[in-house]
Design a protein around this ligand. Structure first.
Ligand code: HEC
Ligand code: HEC
Length: 268
């Protein structure tokens, strides 16, 4: 079997290394050769405070932004944590972030869940903040749905090396997605910018840098024990729907959704 051969090969390499180069090189090799994957279901890796702009810059780096929206967000945060003071920095470094490339274009161009939201979920599933599960996932969703994005403020564009003229030519319009779907987000933008979706490059790449920034901003708030109650969440209308249509309710109809209801059930 392939995996067995690989494991044995690594053990052999370690054996040789121990004799030839001395014990100091062994720990990093043994970590790589361990039978267990770097993370198992239920395991959580410790978040350490990051600089949101630095993470946005990683997300927008040439070699990162060319790999799609999900990779941009997932990779940027994981790379930053691999270089952080987290006790789990080595584990973050060992996560094969390339697995997240599939999420681009709402899962390989299918226009389903936007990769930004998919990446956020993937991150929130593996992080712990001072020992607790992060609680701000739905606040990221609300930001994604309700804000006119991507960001085009001077501080943000300058940090990313994008000029306002670039933005005005290639992105043209900031739009509210009003949905967590790639399809709705893109088509609303395409309509507003009067550009075909084939020209989505800079718009989507800046959107992912924007979301990477927001994710870190909210994770930092949680890290510092700040009150998330002040951060905008569900719209008033959605909160109202959720007051009756809960996960536990059987009458009225039971609903489990953290999405804006009226995107599909209303007129927006
Ligand atoms: C005061 C409680 C309450 C609120 C608030 C509420 N609903 Fe309902 N909803 C009901 C009841 C009761 C029914 C009918 C019983 C059933 O279908 O289970 C219903 C039925 C529905 C149905 C089934 C189809 C239909 O029209 O009969 C949909 C869809 C629905 N609601 C969506 C929503 C959305 C979207 C919102 C927010 C804009 C919302 N509801 C707010 C109680 C509520
Ligand atoms: C992405 C689109 C979408 C979003 C967002 C959405 N729904 Fe739905 N919902 C649907 C579809 C599609 C159905 C199935 C409709 C059907 O079969 O008539 C459905 C079914 C329902 C039903 C049962 C309808 C029935 O006829 O019995 C209820 C109740 C409901 N949704 C409430 C909600 C609530 C509350 C929210 C927000 C928390 C929400 N939905 C968000 C698309 C959506």
């Amino acid at each position: 079997m392939m995996s067995m051969d690989r494991r044995n090969a690594l053990k052999n390499i370690i054996g040789i290394t121990t004799c030839a180069a001395g014990a100091t090189l062994v720990p990093s090799f043994t970590a790589q050769a361990a039978d267990a994957p770097v993370i198992m279901p239920g395991d959580k890796l410790a978040y350490a405070k990051l600089d949101p702009m630095e993470v946005a810059k990683i997300a927008y780096r040439d070699d990162v932004r060319s790999n799609g929206c999900m990779y941009q967000v997932f990779h940027a945060v994981v790379e930053a944590l691999a270089n952080s003071s987290s006790a789990d920095a080595d584990k973050f470094a060992a996560i094969p972030t390339a697995l997240s490339v599939y999420g681009g274009g709402g899962v390989k161009g299918q226009g389903t869940i936007c990769g930004n939201n998919n990446a956020t979920g993937m991150l929130y599933g593996i992080l712990s903040i001072n020992g607790n599960a992060p609680a701000s996932l739905s606040k990221i969703s609300s930001y994604y749905e309700q804000e006119a994005l991507p960001r085009d403020d001077d501080a943000f564009l300058t940090a990313l090396g994008v000029t306002k003229a670039d933005f005005d030519t290639n992105v043209k319009a900031k739009t509210e997605a009003r949905s967590l779907l790639c399809h709705a987000s893109l088509t609303r933008w395409s309509e507003a910018a009067n550009l075909p979706i084939s020209k989505k490059g800079m718009r989507c790449q800046l959107l992912s840098a924007t979301i990477a920034y927001r994710v870190v901003e909210l994770l930092n708030m949680e890290f510092d024990g700040e009150d998330l109650g002040t951060v905008p969440g569900f719209t008033e209308e959605t909160s109202e729907c959720l007051s009756c249509h809960t996960k536990g309710a059987t009458m009225p109809t039971s609903v489990m959704a953290g999405m804006e209801c009226d995107t599909c059930h209303g007129t927006k």
